[in-house]
Design a binder for this molecule. Sequence first.
Ligand code: ADP
Ligand code: MG
Length: 352
Amino acid sequence: NMSENQPVIRQLDDAAINRIAAGEVVERPASAVKELVENAIDAGARRIEIAIADGGKTLIRVTDDGCGITPDQLPLALSRHATSKIDGTDLLDIHSFGFRGEALPSLGAVGRLTITSRAEGHEAAQIAVSGGVMDPVKPAALNGGTIVELRDLFFATPARLKFMRTDRAETQAINDVVKRLAMAEPFIGFTLRDVSGGGDGRVTFRADPETGDLFDALHGRLGRILGNEFAENALKIDAEREGFLLTGYAALPTYSRGSAVAQFLFVNGRPVRDKLLVGALRGAYFDFLSRDRHPAAALFIECDPHLVDVNVHPAKSEVRFRDPGIVRGLIVSSLRHALAEAGHRASTTVAG
Ligand code: ADP
Ligand code: MG
């Protein structure tokens, strides 16, 4: 005889599974913006426009001129673990931002999501999903690219809704996310607009596509985002060691900050906050800065995807290097070298 208190094991339905996953993938409006902008970058966009209202709580809209999605693939884009970016055979060979196929189904489970898209040689089409309930694909009007609109984030998960901060704080977090992504993609144009009041709204960040070689473009973009003073005090970093490439700009010690606000680190184009890398940056400036000062730098590490695991966390801001020692050594030695050389140049200029 089964007791009345005997637990029953049930299979959860897709909507419930997606809501649970959403808790991991989308913590707040800024994480939704990050996922949608990364999708646009993965789609090969040259221009990306982001519109938000009320700190992204009521509206996030990302418009891109990328490859688009064909009408028959739209339902798949909203299906869990469906992705065009990997085939699952080699999880260590990842060249795109996305790979989990989780963002769109998660966002569609906790908010009201509409995707309008047009791929070359196909008609434009639209699909909508609200609180995990999907509508059929219907025809739409669009010249090309993709518009993803997310309204009422977390309306389907009231507990999460309660944890959102003020509009101001969420807007600030979105600004930070967009700027970080824009740093790593200087050839892509970004516009961020606050349309809280309705209408065309107010442009809060704008960076047109940069031109020239990678270093010109990066220098231009960093000046745009971190200010001319950073750009004028920035030393070019371009080094390589055992398959790891380190590029970017590091500021002179005289341009240090009182906190770590101006430290931007990227691994294979992905913004990361990684203890190892922050520690290496600090180590490089050890002889040049007093303890209460923090260096300013934007550094990009590129390596074969097999040498780094980005699969550590769904939010994907942590990475694990196969050989952390090489990466640390590369950062410390190339930055020290650049700083020593700049110091030498400065002293010979004074002497001469
Ligand atoms: P992932 O990015 O991990 O593949 P997503 O849920 O974010 O998962 O997206 C699912 C799929 O939808 C992507 O693999 C891609 O094929 C398609 N997609 C999403 N956004 C865009 C976009 N802006 N342009 C073109 N295709 C897109
Ligand atoms: Mg994605």
